[in-house]
Design a protein around this ligand. Structure first.
Ligand code: SAM
Length: 215
């Protein structure tokens, strides 16, 4: 079967600790696998936010702790990160995070009615070699897909720590329709993620894009 999307990730297990392995066995209790699942889990929440590629979960955990009225959907394929996040959800007794363990585009592709209030993507895989650029998550067709899933005035936050990816993202934004580029930050005080920490250590700038879906 031909995949609709070129993988934007390297499907790696990572080194999985015993604790993470045990947590992954409980994934079913924390997971959603469709928009219907998300809709039925959203009862009682004021808004729904998705983070694509949460890695080890530092960011989604922090914002979910600060906003208990918001339901957070974390999309990730990296099993060790999923195990870590489940551990953190349990330690912090959180009831507002659900995990979508698959390519986020598969989920977004099924959306008929906008559902998300905000979307965050922090340090998408850079795919640095020119011949791999086509695997980059953020491009014109992704921005289209994301826009269809966002409610009116919904926010899209993207950051990357690679300059040439930032240039590509900017080009895709300039060609995209239906977004307003904000001068202000959509989210104040987001934590530094593992990949951002590495960029800072290596003296690389972090580029941030704050967009809003136009009405
Ligand atoms: C470079 S890491 C960044 C992780 C984290 N956001 C951080 O800043 O530390 C990118 C992550 O995005 C995930 N990813 C890439 N493409 C994805 C997709 N289409 N759907 C869901 N997750 C994806 C990868 O598995 C990987 O864990």
């Amino acid at each position: 079967m031909r995949l609709k999307y070129l993988p934007s990730f390297v499907k790696r297990r990572g080194r999985i600790t015993k604790k993470q392995e045990e947590n992954i066995e409980e994934l079913i209790n924390f997971s959603v696998s469709s928009i219907n699942d998300i809709e039925s889990e959203s009862n009682g929440f004021k808004s729904i936010v998705i983070e694509i590629g949460f890695g080890d979960g530092e960011n989604i955990l922090t914002i979910a702790k600060e906003n208990p009225d918001t339901l957070y959907i974390g999309s990730e394929v990296y099993l060790s990160g999923i195990g870590s996040l489940i551990g953190k959800i349990k330690e912090n007794n959180l009831s507002n995070i659900r995990i979508y363990n698959n390519d986020a585009r598969v989920l977004l592709d099924t959306i008929k009615t906008p559902i998300f209030d905000n979307m965050l993507i922090i340090c998408p895989d850079p795919w640095q070699k020119a011949r791999h650029h086509k695997r980059r998550l953020i491009n014109h067709s992704f921005l289209e897909l994301a826009r269809k899933s966002l409610k009116e005035n919904g926010g899209l936050y993207i950051s990357t720590d690679w300059k040439d990816y930032a240039e590509g993202i900017l080009e895709a934004i300039n060609q995209a329709e239906g977004y307003i580029v904000l001068e202000t930050q959509l989210f104040e005080d987001l934590p530094v993620t593992r990949f951002q920490a590495r960029a800072i250590k290596e003296d690389r700038e972090i580029f941030k894009f704050n967009l809003k879906k136009a009405n």
